[in-house]
Design a binder for this molecule. Sequence first.
Ligand SMILES: Cc1cc2nc3c(=O)[nH]c(=O)nc-3n(C[C@H](O)[C@H](O)[C@H](O)COP(=O)(O)OP(=O)(O)OC[C@H]3O[C@@H](n4cnc5c(N)ncnc54)[C@H](O)[C@@H]3O)c2cc1C
Length: 458
Amino acid sequence: MSDGSEAAWRQLEKSVTGRLTRPGEPGFGTAAAPFNRRFTRTVPGGVLAAADVADVRRAVEWARTEGVPVVPRGGGHSYAGFCVNTGLVVDTRALNTVTADGGTGLVTAAGGALMADVYAAVEPHGMAFALGNGATVGIAGLALGGGSAATSRRLGLTADALVSTTLVTADGQLVTCDAERHPDLFWACRGGGGGNFGINVSFTFQAVPVPDVSTCLLLWDGGAAPAVFAVLQDVMRRAPDELSVRLGVSAADGRDAVVSAVGLHLGPASELRELLAPVLAVARPQRADIADRTFWQAKDYLLHETAGGAFAVRTGFATEPLPPGAVAEVLALLAHRPGSGNPDGCGLALFGWGGAINRVDPAATAFVHRDAQYLVSMDTSWDERDDPATVAANLHWLADLREALAPHLAGGSYLNFTDPDLPDWRTAYYGANYARLVEIKKRVDPDRLFTFDQAVGV
Ligand SMILES: Cc1cc2nc3c(=O)[nH]c(=O)nc-3n(C[C@H](O)[C@H](O)[C@H](O)COP(=O)(O)OP(=O)(O)OC[C@H]3O[C@@H](n4cnc5c(N)ncnc54)[C@H](O)[C@@H]3O)c2cc1C
């Protein structure tokens, strides 16, 4: 692989319609920055803001000819900073057109569309598929790595709604895949992960009508964690697919541990209150907001904002409720957290899994994790200005939390909460589906033009 000569970069600049930004040029810092500030030290040779599909094809052909590594960038939210490399970054965000057909329910999003673009297109038709809760998360990263949402127990993963996708492959060709055309590649694009098989320039999804819904936001003191976790996990075990809850406990500097339950119910608040009655009875929340909303109000209400900065996340899947001893260990670790300059702090969250997600065969798509009850997410955060000892202490704390919970996890990690520190990522992300992904990679990208630290086949 090469860095590309100055002449070669100038030639790329002349051949494309979009803007190519090189180090030192105005706007380069913003163009090159990943969302996770942990990875800002990776400096690309250039960032191309592709204006159209022809630009994407020229960029891929140029990278192949020059031997420069190339990586696509959508929303830039990869937790591991995999949307940035030291070669050419192809920023697809100008490819953001989304069309929705209310008659067929088909939604076609260009490869750089963000959640906000997709929601804006589907809302007038009163339909949706599983979409993430960050307005600037890219549809490409979300769908290619699986994509879970508060609606997933009813609607499945984002990848499960995909009916076809078009990629620029390593040979610069445009390839459309679906159940009939290039079915292997289509299989890989449903959970095989972004950045592995080409640059996806279009995705078509099947949406379905969505009803009015209700939401809950419940907050308790950390001390209530054992009772709340025990009862709410039991509620979730018996809940209909229409209900999904994210149950968490977290702490930050200047803030004691807080237990939170944020939920969406595809039904009225009266039903939601009834479903939640056991947990409301066992511990009185400091705040209890349960309300009827339109689906679109709920989407805004559930929007997940973070302070940004630098962060690390580890994940696992649980097939059984976390026992009281494990919850007590989490509380003890939160009490001895190292702290940092990031107000997001650290904690644990159980995302309701199961339902429609688990009704898909683990081999039917590349997304293998089809038997969990929860996605278990453990995280910590710090500020870029924190000293290295604080960063190391936070990463150490996170490793301790992961180890404390290991006996209660079924194995596996969620590819879209990408963990660059995961040693066994091939098995953890892909399980038994990894071998087939490697075969497909060999066929569509034999020279491994698209590569990064956790790329398929590395
Ligand atoms: C605030 C926030 C909220 C989130 N909410 C959710 C959620 O509700 N559900 C969920 O499942 N996940 C969620 N995530 C995680 C998210 O799904 C992943 O981080 C996802 O990879 C982000 O995609 P992206 O396009 O924004 O990121 P990027 O970093 O741009 O891309 C992610 C990966 O995909 C590759 N890629 C990007 N564009 C393309 C393309 N056009 N073709 C091929 N490969 C491409 C990149 O090279 C990179 O490897 C959230 C993350 C954040 C930060």
